[in-house]
Ligand binder design. Structure first.
Ligand code: SF4
Ligand code: SF4
Length: 503
């Protein structure tokens, strides 16, 4: 009571002249904002999270949501967010949780990098008329190839190739677990990647039977909680990913609240229904690169050396050295998750203050692996904050082989990035297990949207490459000469190994 009532984050207004009292806003809002009275709709604005489901369903465009209508007294240091966090913690004494990615206002490096295009002396390529090679192979590449010539017309490859994943586009969907998101969301994304010829991650929640038809396009994850992991699970995946860290919460584990562990989730994760699913911060069998190597080899042994094994880490200060160790552990790919990576729930203090951006991390890792002569040992997958096709192109120029998207795929299914996934009330049927809410997401329609998004980005990527006179994704990878830094200081340009504009 000392603190009193705080300003509301959003103000919801229903235009009485437009409203026809159809009740759709009442039915669609799982946060309890709307109430139907005989002659009007009453709103409880304080409950609003701005998921905009009501606006999307209102047949009369009668609803307006305004952000921060009555804000805190302004102050350059003691911002509204700082004060709000203090109030909440003074009342609760607890760690604050937040969903989705880093919400702090750091500069976005992708927006300070610009791509190149051909003019006059170096002709561009028209992707509509000429073939563009976007096919990408993820996994170890031999240092050199050896052939044997048996006759004038018969030449055979002698070098033994290790299994790689073949992607028709360098865009995959990263790991979001069943439990954190709904089965319909998983089905939609699995169908989309399967149709396109790319891959998605299961997250650490196991592989639901309904996804078995898409298993050839699924990367199964082994995280510190080992949820849902057995040999059947490992064998079903096209590749296996060991999750060491996550960009949204480096250095800590995960927590799926018991309310989200329904019968189906409990079965897939192999844990009791209603129990909290807690992933420890470290893997209790990994304290060195040698330990990691043992797990990589064990997983390869368990699957008869037929599957590539990835290792995912959060982008942190010494990420390049860690990635070099991973490359020596026998892993086939290193996934680097930048500090804008999404999550269902993370302590806000980690989400907003720990880790580094993916742009700097990818550049540092690619440089280190090249200098050590081991770039061919692992592919680099960049994730965390990929928002558009230009980000994909820039990440590849900085050294990535492929990217994982996450939040962008959810947005394609309706997500409004309201950041309250951890409450399990997602009105779009994505980050929830409540059957009535899950039923709102039609997997067929959502799959169509996700597929469209990845296809549209792939087309744009081909256009960007063509404009730069590049017809193969191989030639874009690590090609930092096709990037220039805009309003970046010299130290940042040095980390990215990119020249400034005009140079
Ligand atoms: S959905 Fe729109 S028209 Fe229907 S009751 Fe709500 S505000 Fe009125
Ligand atoms: S998935 Fe749902 S709850 Fe999470 S941010 Fe998107 S709209 Fe909000």
């Amino acid at each position: 009571m000392i603190i009193g009532s705080r300003p509301t984050k959003f103000q919801v207004v229903v235009d009485k002249n437009q409203c026809m009292l159809c009740g759709r806003c009442v039915d669609n809002c799982s946060y309890g904002v709307f109430r139907m009275e005989p002659e009007e709709i009453i709103t409880n604005t304080r409950n609003c999270v701005a998921c905009h489901r009501c606006i999307s369903q209102c047949p009369r465009d009668a609803i307006t949501i305004k952000e921060r209508p009555c804000d805190y007294r302004s102050h350059p240091v003691w911002t509204a967010q700082v004060k709000e966090n203090i109030f909440k913690q003074a009342e609760s004494g607890k760690i604050l949780l937040g969903g989705m990615g880093n919400a702090a206002q750091y500069p976005i490096l992708f927006d300070h990098l610009v791509l190149d295009a051909c003019q006059v002396t170096n002709p561009s390529i028209d992707p509509l008329r000429e073939p563009m090679e976007l096919r990408t192979y993820i996994g170890k590449k031999p240092r050199q190839l050896e052939f044997i010539q048996k006759s004038d017309t018969d030449i055979s490859l002698v070098t033994e190739l290790v299994p790689n994943l073949k992607l028709e586009t360098p865009i995959m969907i990263g790991h979001m677990s069943y439990g954190a998101i709904s089965l319909n969301a998983h089905k939609a994304m699995a169908k989309a990647v399967s149709d396109i010829g790319t891959f998605m991650g299961t997250g650490e929640g196991g592989l639901h039977e309904a996804l078995y038809p898409y298993q050839d396009h699924m990367i199964v994850q082994v995280a510190s909680g080992r949820f849902g992991v057995d040999v059947n699970y490992l064998e079903r995946g096209a590749a296996i990913e060991i999750k060491i860290g996550q960009g949204a919460k480096p250095g800590i584990g995960g927590h799926l609240p018991g309310e989200k562990v329904c019968a189906d989730v409990s079965c897939t994760r192999m844990i009791p229904e209603g129990s909290d699913a807690i992933s420890p911060a470290p893997h209790h069998d990994i304290y060195s690169i040698e330990d990691l190597k043992q797990l990589v080899i064990s997983l390869k042994e368990a699957t008869e050396w037929k599957k590539p094994v990835f290792v995912k880490i959060a982008a942190v200060h010494n990420v390049a050295a860690i990635a070099a160790g991973i490359a020596r552990s026998g892993a086939d790919a290193v996934v680097i998750d930048g500090f804008r990576g999404g999550t269902g729930a993370a302590p806000s203090v980690f989400r907003d203050h720990v880790g580094i951006p993916i742009e700097a991390a990818v550049a540092a890792v690619d440089t280190k692996l090249r200098r050590q002569g081991i770039r061919n040992e692992v592919s680099i997958i960049a994730s965390g904050g990929i928002r558009q096709s230009a980000d994909v192109a820039k990440a590849i120029c900085l050294g990535a082989d492929a990217v994982y998207i996450g939040t962008a795929a959810l947005v394609a299914m309706g997500c409004r990035v309201c950041g309250t996934c951890y409450r399990g009330l997602c009105t779009w049927g994505i980050a929830t297990q409540r059957p009535d809410l899950v039923a709102r997401l039609d997997p067929e329609e959502a799959s169509h949207n996700v597929k469209n998004l990845i296809e549209a980005w792939t087309l744009e990527l081909a256009e960007l490459m063509g404009a730069a006179g590049i017809n193969s994704i191989e030639s874009l990878r690590g090609n930092r000469d096709r990037l220039r830094g805009y309003m970046l200081d010299q130290s940042m340009l040095d980390v990215l190994d990119v020249k400034p504009i005009g140079a």
